[in-house]
Design a protein around this ligand. Structure first.
Ligand code: C5P
Length: 228
C-alpha cells in the first residue's frame, strides 16, 4: 500500500524568531511510518519541525505551518491509498506575520489570531470526489488528543471529518501524550464501536494501527467496496 503519514507540530510564525506551536515531538507519526515501511509499504511522511531521524526507506517532506502542511497533504493525497493524520496541527495562526524581527516596542500586548484550515475536512471533500468519480474512497485515520475521556469527542470527530477510525487518547493520563514513548489509546469507529488498548509503547500502538488498517482494507476489498 501507499501510506501517507503526517507527524509533529506545526509552527505559526509571528516573526522569524517567534511562533505559536504545541509540544508534539512526532514520535507517534514516525513510529507509524517506520512500522509501515518495515512491513513493505511505500511510506511518505509529511512532518512539522521535529528532532527525529527519518526512518530508513521513508520519504520525508518537511513543512512548518498548518497551511503548508495542508497544501502538501492535498497535493500528495491522490497518489496514496491511506492517510494517517497524527500531526498536532495548530488551530490558529497570528493574523499578521512580520518578515523581520519585531522590536519589543513594535509589539502590541494582544495578538490577533485567525483560524487555520482543518486539513482533514479538506481531505474529506477530496475523498468524496474520489468516492463519486472513481468509486474508490481512500482510507483515512485521524487522531484525537483530549484532556479527559476521549471516546465521545473521538466519535464526533470521526463523523465530522469523514474518518474510517479515530485513535483517541487522554493526554493527561500517566505515560500518554506528547513526548512520551508510550501511549494508551482507544480506536473509535463511525458505527460507535470502540477498541480499548492498555498502555503500550508507541511502536506497539503503531503496529496495532497498521494491523487495523490492513484488516479493514482487506474486509472492504472482499465486500467490493474498494479495489486492492
Ligand atoms: O479537531 P482536532 O484538532 O482535535 O482533531 C484532531 C485530528 O484532526 C488529528 O488527526 C489532526 O491531525 C487533524 N487536524 C487537521 N487540521 C487541523 C487540526 C487538526 O487535520 N487544523
Amino acid at each position: 500500500m501507499k501510506i501517507l503519514v503526517t507527524a509533529g507540530p506545526t509552527r505559526e510564525h509571528i516573526d522569524p524568531v517567534r511562533f505559536l506551536s504545541n509540544p508534539s515531538t512526532g514520535k507517534m507519526g514516525f513510529s507509524i511510518a517506520a512500522v509501515a515501511q518495515q512491513a513493505g509499504h511505500d511510506v511518505t511522511l509529511v512532518t512539522g519541525p521535529v528532532f527525529l531521524r527519518t526512518p530508513v526507506g521513508v520519504n520525508r517532506i518537511d513543512v512548518v505551518s498548518a497551511r503548508e502542511m495542508q497544501s502538501r497533504v492535498i497535493e500528495q493525497f491522490p497518489n496514496f491509498d491511506v492517510l494517517v493524520m497524527t500531526a498536532a496541527v495548530a488551530d490558529w495562526r497570528p493574523q499578521n506575520k512580520s518578515s523581520t524581527k519585531l522590536k519589543k516596542g513594535e509589539m502590541s500586548d494582544t495578538l490577533k489570531l485567525v483560524r487555520n484550515p482543518d486539513i482533514l475536512k479538506s481531505v474529506k471533500k477530496l475523498n468524496d470526489v474520489f468516492a463519486g468519480e472513481a468509486k474508490y474512497r481512500k482510507f483515512v485515520v485521524g487522531f484525537a488528543a483530549e484532556t479527559g475521556a476521549p471516546v465521545e469527542e473521538a466519535a464526533r470527530k470521526c463523523k465530522e471529518k469523514g474518518l474510517d477510525f479515530v485513535v483517541g487518547n487522554d493526554v493527561t493520563e500517566k505515560g500518554c501524550g506528547f513526548g512520551t514513548n508510550t501511549n494508551k489509546v482507544v480506536f473509535v469507529f463511525p458505527d460507535g464501536n470502540v477498541k480499548q488498548f492498555p498502555l503500550l509503547s508507541k511502536i506497539s500502538v503503531a503496529r496495532k494501527i497498521l494491523e487495523e488498517i490492513t484488516n479493514q482494507l482487506a474486509k472492504n476489498a472482499k465486500n467490493g467496496k474498494i479495489k486492492l
